[in-house]
Design a protein around this ligand. Structure first.
Ligand code: 2U9
Length: 345
C-alpha cells in the first residue's frame, strides 16, 4: 500500500508538471484528490489494515495528498501569472501611434461675420454694447425721431407684446439707451450687434428675424468726413484694400443727412456684371449724421455735440462675402450648409 501511494504521488506530480492549462490542473485535482480518486480509495480500505499499519499508512496518505495539493497550487500560481503576463504583452499599446482626430464644430457664418466686424471696430477704439430684444416703443421709435403716426414706422412693422412693448425692429434702441445713460456727455464709440424682428413674410431675401450691427459715435467736432473715413477703413478691411466706396444720399428719420454706402464690385472690378446688376457697385450699409432731435431727446446739447451712425445686416454681408443665395440657410441649420464654414480664417 505504501508503494501504491508513492507511485500515485509520482504519477500525479509528473502530470502536474506536464500540464499546461488551468483546466488540465483541475482535471488532475479531481482525478487524484477527488472523492472518487485513488487516495480516497486507499483511505477507505484502511479498515482492513492492522492496528500498527493504520497510522503509518494514514500519515503517508495525508503526506501524499498534501504533496500533490501543494504541487497543484504552485503550478496554478505559475500558470495564472503566465496568463497575466501574456495578456499584458498582447494588450500593450503603442503610444507613438498618431491619435484619432477629435471632431470639432465651427462658428456659425453669421457669428464669424459679426466677430470680424466687432474686432475691426474694437481696433478703432469702439466698445460693444448690447440691450434687450423685448423693447419699449419709446426706445425703439420715439427716441429715434419716429413719433407715433410717423409714416416710416410702417416700414418697420413689428411684433407687439402690448401697445407700448414690442420686439425691437433694429438695434438702434441700444444706442439710444447708451446715450441716455451717459447723461449728455461724450465721447461715445459703440458697436451694437444683435437680433431684430420685423413683421415680414420670409423668402430668399427677407426674414421675420435677422441680425444687425449698428455703430454710433458721439462727441465734439464729429463730422461727416469722420464717418466717410471710418466707413472707408471698414470697407477695405472687410472686403479688400482695392475696394472703393461711394456714398449716395438717402433718408433715415434718425440721421440727417443720411447716406447709403456702396462698395465697388469685386467680381468685375467696377465694370458691371451679374453680381452688381451691371452697376459696378454693391450696396452695403446705411449711415448718416445723428439727427439733432435724437441728440436732444437723449439729453445732448446738439449745438455742442454731433455724431455719426451706421447700420448694416450681417446676413447681407455674409451672403456677399460667401456667395450665399438664400437668407433662410442661416436659420435652418442644415449641417451640410454650416460645415462649409469650418475652415477658420
Ligand atoms: C441712434 C442714432 C442713429 C443707425 C443707422 C442705418 C443708418 C441703416 C439699416 C441698414 C440695413 C440696418 O441692416 S439694416 O436693416 N440701417 O441704414 N442705421 S443710420 O442710426 C442711429 C441709430 C441710433 C441713437
Amino acid at each position: 500500500m505504501q508503494e501504491r501511494l508513492k507511485e500515485l504521488q509520482e504519477e500525479a506530480i509528473q502530470k502536474v508538471e506536464q500540464s499546461s492549462s488551468l483546466k488540465d490542473l483541475n482535471d488532475i485535482r479531481v482525478a487524484y484528490l477527488g472523492k472518487k480518486g485513488p487516495i480516497t480509495e486507499v483511505l477507505r480500505g484502511m479498515g482492513k489494515l492492522s492496528a500498527e499499519e493504520r497510522p503509518v499508512i494514514g500519515a503517508l496518505a495525508n503526506e501524499v495528498r498534501e504533496a500533490i495539493a501543494a504541487k497543484i497550487e504552485a503550478k496554478q500560481n505559475h500558470l495564472e501569472e503566465a496568463a497575466v503576463l501574456e495578456k499584458l504583452a498582447s494588450e500593450s499599446i503603442d503610444v507613438t501611434l498618431p491619435g484619432r482626430p477629435v471632431k470639432v464644430g465651427n462658428h456659425h457664418p453669421l457669428t464669424k461675420i459679426i466677430e470680424e466686424i466687432e474686432d475691426l471696430f474694437i481696433g478703432m477704439g469702439y466698445e460693444i454694447a448690447e440691450g434687450p430684444e423685448v423693447e419699449q416703443d419709446y426706445y425703439n421709435f420715439e427716441a429715434l425721431n419716429l413719433p407715433k403716426g410717423h409714416p416710416a414706422r410702417d416700414m418697420q412693422d413689428s411684433f407687439y407684446i402690448t401697445e407700448e412693448i414690442l420686439l425691437r425692429t433694429h438695434t438702434s434702441p441700444v444706442q439710444a439707451r447708451t446715450m441716455e445713460k451717459n447723461n449728455g456727455k461724450g465721447p461715445i464709440k459703440i458697436i451694437c450687434p444683435g437680433k431684430v424682428y420685423r413683421r415680414d413674410n420670409d423668402d430668399a431675401t427677407h426674414s421675420h428675424q435677422f441680425m444687425q450691427i449698428e455703430g454710433l459715435v458721439v462727441g465734439e467736432n464729429i463730422r461727416m468726413s469722420d464717418l466717410k473715413g471710418t466707413l472707408d477703413v471698414f470697407a477695405k478691411k472687410m472686403f479688400g484694400q482695392d475696394r472703393e466706396i461711394r456714398l449716395r444720399p438717402s433718408f433715415f428719420p434718425f440721421t440727417e443727412p443720411s447716406v447709403e454706402m456702396d462698395i465697388s464690385c469685386k467680381v468685375c472690378g467696377g465694370h458691371g456684371c451679374n453680381v452688381c446688376k451691371q452697376t459696378g457697385w454693391i450696396e452695403i450699409l446705411g449711415a448718416g449724421m445723428v439727427h439733432p432731435n435724437v441728440l436732444e431727446m437723449a439729453g445732448y446739447d446738439s449745438k455742442k455735440y454731433t455724431g455719426f451712425a451706421f447700420g448694416m445686416g450681417p446676413e447681407r454681408i455674409a451672403m456677399l462675402k460667401y456667395g450665399v443665395d438664400d437668407i433662410r440657410h442661416f436659420y435652418t441649420n442644415d449641417v451640410r450648409f454650416l460645415k462649409q464654414f469650418s475652415v477658420e480664417e
